[in-house]
Design a protein around this ligand. Structure first.
Ligand SMILES: [Cu+2]
Length: 123
């Protein structure tokens, strides 16, 4: 029986999620931008007004997969809080769509369950 070579990629993928990459130093996020460290956001909560957007910057060497939810569990909200459903962190900096509906929401990271930020949207 031959060993499937694709299985060699699995440990590398897992290592990429938990072991920081090598490279130049990471930069602090700009003012007003929410940073993402290894297992947390730079804030526990943020309050915005409807129509505003949130910008996140990855100031760690870890990947983050961010979406609506808490405790690492992404969920589909009952009411659509943002104008764009795409809430995944695919780049080092990510700006959400406009937050339309007043309420309290949570954004979490499916890779790091400790990463949950409360988003309060006011009219
Ligand atoms: Cu994360």
């Amino acid at each position: 029986m031959t060993f499937p070579k694709i299985l060699l990629g699995v440990p590398l993928l897992v290592a990429g999620m938990y072991v920081p990459a090598f490279g130049s130093t990471v930069h602090k996020p700009a003012t007003g931008v929410i940073g993402m460290t290894h297992e947390g956001y730079s804030k526990k909560a943020v309050t915005i007004h409807s129509g505003q957007r949130l910008t996140f910057a990855n100031n760690s060497r870890f990947i983050h997969i961010v979406g609506v939810g808490s405790g690492g569990h992404l969920e589909v909200p009952k009411t659509e809080p943002v104008s764009s459903r795409l809430l995944m962190e695919q780049n080092d900096t990510y700006t959400t769509g406009q937050w339309n509906t007043a309420g309290t929401y949570y954004l979490t990271c499916s890779v790091h369950p400790e990463m949950t930020i409360k988003v309060v949207v006011k009219n």
